[in-house]
Design a binder for this molecule. Sequence first.
Ligand SMILES: [Zn+2]
Length: 395
Amino acid sequence: MASLPSSSSHRIEVFWHEGMLNHDAGTGVFDSAMDPGFLDVLEKHPENSDRVKNMVSILKKGPISPYISWHTGRPAQIPELLSFHTLVYIKELVQAEEAGSGKTLCAGTFLNPGSWDASLLAAGTALSAMKCILDGYGKIAYALVRPPGHHAQPTQADGYCFLNNAGIAVQLALDSGCRRVVTIDIDVHYGNGTAEGFYHSDNVLTISLHMNHGSWGPSHPQSGSIDELGEGEGLGFNLNIPLPNGTGDRGYEYAMNELVVSAVQKFEPEMMVLVIGQDSSAFDPNGRQCLTMEGYREIGRIVRKLADKHSDGRLLIVQEGGYHITYSAYCLHATLEGVLNLPVPLLSDPIAYYPEDEALAVKVVDSVKQHWKNIVPFFIEDQSVRYGLSLSFLE
Ligand SMILES: [Zn+2]
């Protein structure tokens, strides 16, 4: 086995803590925790520890292992959470933990004994990964965390998420002097919590590529549509790219190159955050976007190129969803291969290829681009006349 690459650009600092395995959302009919009584086999909640055990395992035993440097995460302290969440909301979580009996915070989202400690570890581990980059120890860091975070909003839990791990890490970067941070969220669901946290800010450009699932109730009022662009100073700094079911590898590559690359180039971030979910894969129980390992690999390459160009290679990767126990691990491996910009794939795809409808994706991406050209300050020539906004990063 090769020795660990010495250059920080050819190495990924992975932050992990096994205490995160102690969050157990139980069993039921899919993610409902309900037992109607007529099924012999109830399945584990999709967000279970097995999925993450395999992610840890493939990074330790797979061919990417020589490129990985392992670090132990830590729990976040309550004051650190208040950079993103309200005190009222955090108190609600602490009280639910102290009650000790488990609590349903919203559909499919269960805070059981062990969940709060795991959540603190997820947030603290994301902070450790960001700090590693900010301190100059590494260029590329990956926070391998659960429970996930990108649906958690400043004031409420949503979609299996309690604390917004990526959002808290972004806030640390801002508080440490970074003036512009971009988050690129490729989880199959809209990163509504992260978007909400920075909706009024022009310091953070939040971009989300997702299945066009819309709002799913009071915990997730955001629609993820192209019209949710941010507000006030943040107008134009939340870019949503809802993609049709079955978009596939080439459609995602087209969306990345036509929309994400242009936006990031104009924003010129000092720090990049790639928010990953393997639930965009072809075999995920929660998603229908049909990405394969090669699609994830290409997204990794594109993001790495952007990081090298704009943020001096500084890139934080934060784990979100991804519920197929086997394929999520393989797709993670492929994403990190892409981020490392390795010349040839290290691992072949173990599952069959899936057909995709490139023409459909192209049509949608082109319509989003036209919409941005008409409305988003990034894509119109004389923004100051139309909006009177301060867009110093365009100068
Ligand atoms: Zn997801």
